[in-house]
Design a binder for this molecule. Structure first.
Ligand code: SAM
Length: 263
């Protein structure tokens, strides 16, 4: 495994983890939304990453199909899940071509995935294909409010723009709305609810690391040299503007879950 990919996967795990009580609330909301009518529910997560959504559900005994196209993310996931893997199957695969028969799972989970896929309708069609007729599609996303982090991201955008690269903003919110429209066009009735609001401490150094490791989708399309030069200037700017990079600030986060039952 290329160590750069693994480093990024470990950084994702460290910097984007949920506090345990938040992870528990999300797992409870997902568990309530999945009704298997007497059968043992089988859940499939598309883009499982390092398992921050999956692991609390696996610990509660759900049969889980963990799909991701990045072997480094799956490797970290597998290490974290060691000991509770008995009912887990790893699928190194593309969400746009799910290697499962039709109508085979009770729930499909997709958290922070659609905006990474320019051709998301293919993945959505696949998700609906593998769901049982009474199955449920569960999409999740976060909204984050943190002034210093926004400033750093804005400055990063400006520096990248000076390198001649324009970075699109607000893609996740637009994609969430596009997927909802697509579901409604199919005659389905998606329902969204805010599951949990919480506050976390974060340091400017962690926010800079998250940018450096490209843990946010908006950083993905920027060429490596442009990103590296922008990051070098951003670290210097942050030290001058913010002073102590290890002084924490508060971040408010909200997790939303949209459930769409097929029948
Ligand atoms: N759902 C996890 C979570 O919320 O922590 C991970 C979210 S992470 C932002 C997105 C994940 O989707 C990454 O692990 C990435 O490798 C995976 N991914 C991106 N495109 C994919 C695709 N076409 N097929 C399968 N997985 C994909």
């Amino acid at each position: 495994m290329a160590s750069a990919l693994l480093r990024a996967a470990y950084a994702y795990d460290r910097l984007r983890a949920y506090p345990p009580e938040v992870a528990g609330r999300i797992a409870t909301a997902i568990g309530h939304a999945v009704a298997a009518r007497g059968e043992e529910p089988v859940l499939l997560e598309l883009g499982v990453g390092t398992g921050r959504i999956a692991l609390p559900l696996i610990a509660r005994g759900y049969r889980y199909l963990a799909l991701d196209c990045d072997p480094a993310m799956l490797e970290v996931f597998q290490k974290k899940a060691a000991g509770v893997m008995r009912k887990v199957r790893l699928l190194l695969a593309d969400a746009r071509e799910i290697p499962l028969p039709g109508e085979s799972v009770h729930g499909v989970i997709a958290v922070h995935l659609w905006h990474l896929l320019p051709d998301w309708p293919r993945a959505l069609a696949e998700a609906l294909r593998v769901l049982k007729p009474s199955g449920v599609l569960l999409e999740g996303w976060e909204r984050v409010e943190a002034e210093p982090e926004c400033r750093l991201q804005e400055r990063w955008r400006e520096l990248v723009a000076e390198e001649g690269v324009l970075v699109e903003r607000g893609l996740q919110g637009r994609r969430v709305a596009e997927v909802e429209e697509a579901l409604r066009r199919l005659g389905l009735r998606p329902r969204t609810r805010e599951v949990v609001v919480w506050r976390e401490e974060r340091t400017p150094r962690e926010a800079l690391e998250a940018l450096a490791y490209r843990l946010y989708s908006f950083t993905k399309g920027v060429p490596e040299e442009a990103h590296a030069r922008a990051m070098e200037r951003l670290w210097a700017w942050a030290e001058a503007e913010l002073g102590d990079l290890d002084r924490p600030f508060l971040v408010e986060k909200r997790f939303f879950l949209r459930s769409t039952r097929l029948s």
